[in-house]
Design a binder for this molecule. Structure first.
Ligand code: WTA
Length: 658
């Protein structure tokens, strides 16, 4: 981290938008002025302008019971209607909504009229299965159009979706289904990944297997899309094929209006404890900010742009910038099922060329992996259609930013580095293309209507040039409304630290430069960021100690060239296990174990078997010291350790293992 901070401190390059870009930009400087003049009125006018309200709202924000906010609470809308029917009604039914590319080369083009019809059919199917307002539906699908159809159909009937990333294990799925009490699961037989069909349905079957403890199963039905063509087990009465029930349903479905605060989805994300948090978002405020930021940050021209966000719908970026923002704005977008290097390392650039993609939104980790392969790969393709590039998920180092700009953006396309979180629901900090002169590595400025500060531990705003903690000082429309089933944890996690000021604590470190621009410096808590995915040290530690060999485990996020951070685990093996087994292959087995327990993204890069862990006198593991070892640095201050010799022992064991 310190080398990265040094780089960031020395970065002074600036790129003003071209005159042409600025002249044609959607966002104009008066957005900042009107938001500044009256923030609530600003959001109210965005909500009215960007969305269709069945019942117009009068109340904008209710912040009388912080941190529980409501926005537009007396208004009524239907989220799916806003993403579908109204575009058809406006004469844009023939516009392509989804340009889908399967990993195996399959293609589908789906217009707004077709998407509306398909979502209507699925809405009927869900209603026939007894799904109604506030019921939860889990979605566990590959990146196929049905993933978006399923989300919108759930929204259309006023129910709540919980999308679980297809890379998560049966156990992770089970925990999420249980926490939300889902009644229906929508999945597929399998999907294409890395040139092969990767099965999904078996994980659902495993998750729903009888636990033998008499616990009531909340799931009544599993709706299965056929995509992989792989053999699947079938549970008569519970399982339904999508292709049997959906085409048979009517494509006419009246979208009912629901109050703006109706929950839209739950999305689980890692926190500082072992248990993932079910972040709750509601309808009107969420859709307003998702649409507003998608339009202005991505300079959307719906008639001519071809937008592509590479995120999976299993993450918040896929919710706000694949499903809701783009569709609310009537955009035409590409979605791609597979991995970037299948069947060849230029697959993404081939897709950009093929569909004449104008706007690409992706993560720094992807950019760095393309950098590693070399510019000769993208340079084989015609990327001249690209006019705007976006970055999200982790700090983008200036080198990657410059490469993105010159190789992918051919030195012309502005880059927007967007900071936000699952909890914030939509982009909070970003340049506005056409207005902001961009700086490599800095997310820069709060979007209009959002109030961000960098503060010290006492909650006081730091001077320009100084670092501190990132906070949001005023409520915003797409803010999380809570943690599913755990209001205390919601208050504790985000609002307690700066309770006196009433600030939302994001968990990120940041600094302001001399111009007041914001630079993100990574998490300040026990949350790691691996390839732009949030992982909790505690969750991986608890998976490790669930293995029969492990007595104790400590996990840290160590700097990694490719993935930003990498998971590095230190484990102590049980004496009883040591007596009966050899240690050969155990580190590898523990890596694989974590992959099975949580999902492949959580698999540690390194597992070190050690005799002891560094602890303070009160027994707290000092992860900072382990991080030093994992990164090969000089080990920092050890004076607070109960046993100051322990680090020398650990270093010796790690060096031997390397
Ligand atoms: C990090 C992803 C620096 C940050 C949308 C945040 C970023 C966490 C950026 C949220 C960025 C996201 N620059 N860091 N542009 N965007 N982050 O919930 O640490 O998966 O707290 O949401 O990612 O991750 P999440």
């Amino acid at each position: 981290m310190s080398t990265q901070i040094d780089h960031l401190m020395n970065e002074t390059r600036k790129f003003a938008p071209s005159v042409e870009f600025a002249a044609g930009a959607v966002a104009t400087p008066d957005l900042y002025e009107s938001a500044h003049a009256n923030r609530e009125e600003f959001w109210a006018s965005q909500a009215r302008e960007l969305l269709h309200w069945h019942t117009p709202f009068e109340h904008v924000l209710d912040w009388s019971n912080p941190p529980f906010a409501t926005w537009f609470a007396d208004g009524e809308l239907n989220v799916a209607y806003n993403c579908l029917d109204r575009h058809v009604a406006a004469g844009n039914g023939d516009r392509v909504a989804l340009l889908w590319e399967g990993e195996n080369g399959d293609e589908r083009r789906i217009t707004y009229a077709e998407l509306t019809a398909e979502v209507s059919r699925v809405a009927h199917v869900l209603e026939d299965l007894g799904i109604t307002v506030n019921d939860r539906v889990a979605i566990y699908l590959p990146m196929i159009p049905e993933a978006i159809v399923a989300m919108l159909a759930v929204a259309r009937v006023g129910a709540v979706h919980s999308v679980v990333f297809g890379g998560f294990s049966a156990d992770s799925l089970r925990a999420r289904i249980d926490d939300a009490g889902a009644k229906v699961v929508i999945t597929a037989d399998g999907g294409y990944r890395k040139g092969k069909v990767s099965a999904l349905k078996p994980a659902v079957d495993m998750a729903l297997a009888d636990r033998g403890n008499g616990e009531q199963e909340s799931v009544e039905h599993v709706l299965v899309v056929k995509r992989g063509g792989n053999e699947v087990e079938w549970h008569e009465g519970r399982d339904l094929w999508w292709h049997d029930v959906v085409p048979a349903a009517s494509d006419e479905h009246t979208a009912k209006a629901f109050p703006a605060e109706t929950p839209l989805f739950i999305l689980y994300t890692s926190g500082t404890t072992g248990k993932p948090k079910g972040i709750v978002h509601t309808s009107g405020g969420y859709l307003t900010q998702a649409a507003f930021t998608h339009l202005n940050v991505f300079d959307l021209k719906p008639e001519t742009d071809v937008y592509w966000c590479t995120a999976d719908v299993g993450w918040i970026t896929g919710h706000s910038y694949v499903a809701y923002g783009p569709l609310a704005n009537g955009a035409t977008q590409v979605i791609y099922e597979g991995t970037p290097d299948t069947p060849h390392p230029g697959r993404w650039w081939e897709i950009v060329e093929k569909y004449r993609v104008t706007t690409l939104y992706t993560a720094p980790t992807a950019i760095r992996s393309f950098m590693k392969i070399g510019r000769h790969v993208p340079q084989k393709f015609d990327l001249s259609s690209l006019r705007l590039l976006g970055s999200v998920g982790e700090p983008i180092n200036p080198e990657a930013w410059m490469w993105y700009r010159s190789v992918i953006g051919t030195d012309l396309a502005p880059i927007v580095d967007t900071w936000w979180q699952t909890e914030t629901g939509a982009i909070m900090i970003s340049a506005l293309p056409g207005i902001t002169a961009t700086k490599p590595g800095s997310a820069q400025v709060a979007v209009p209507g959002v109030s961000i500060e960098v503060v010290n531990e006492a909650g006081e705003t730091v001077a320009n040039g100084d670092g501190g903690l990132l906070v949001v000082t005023e409520p915003w429309p797409s803010m999380l409304r809570g943690i599913w089933g755990d209001p205390d944890r919601f208050v504790e996690t985000y609002w307690e630290k700066f309770a006196a000021q009433g600030y939302y604590f994001a968990g990120d470190g940041a600094r302001r430069d001399e111009d007041g621009d914001i630079w993100l410096l990574g998490r300040v808590d026990d949350v790691m960021n691996v390839s732009g995915h949030r992982l909790s040290t505690a969750e991986i530690e608890s998976a490790l100690v669930a293995h029969e060999a492990t007595a104790e485990a400590a996990v840290v996020g160590a700097h990694d060239e490719a993935t930003g951070q990498a998971v590095v685990a230190f484990v102590i093996i049980k004496q009883s296990y040591l007596e009966a087994h050899s240690l050969d292959g155990l580190a590898g087995a523990l890596r694989a174990w974590v992959g099975e327990q949580i999902g492949p993204i959580a698999r540690p890069r390194d597992v070190y078997i050690v005799a002891e862990l560094p602890k303070t006198r009160s027994g707290k593991i000092m992860r900072r010291l382990l991080r030093d070892v994992a990164e090969g640095h000089e080990v920092g201050d050890t004076t607070t350790l109960a046993d100051t010799m322990v680090m020398a022992t650990i270093k010796g064991q790690v060096t031997k293992a390397k």
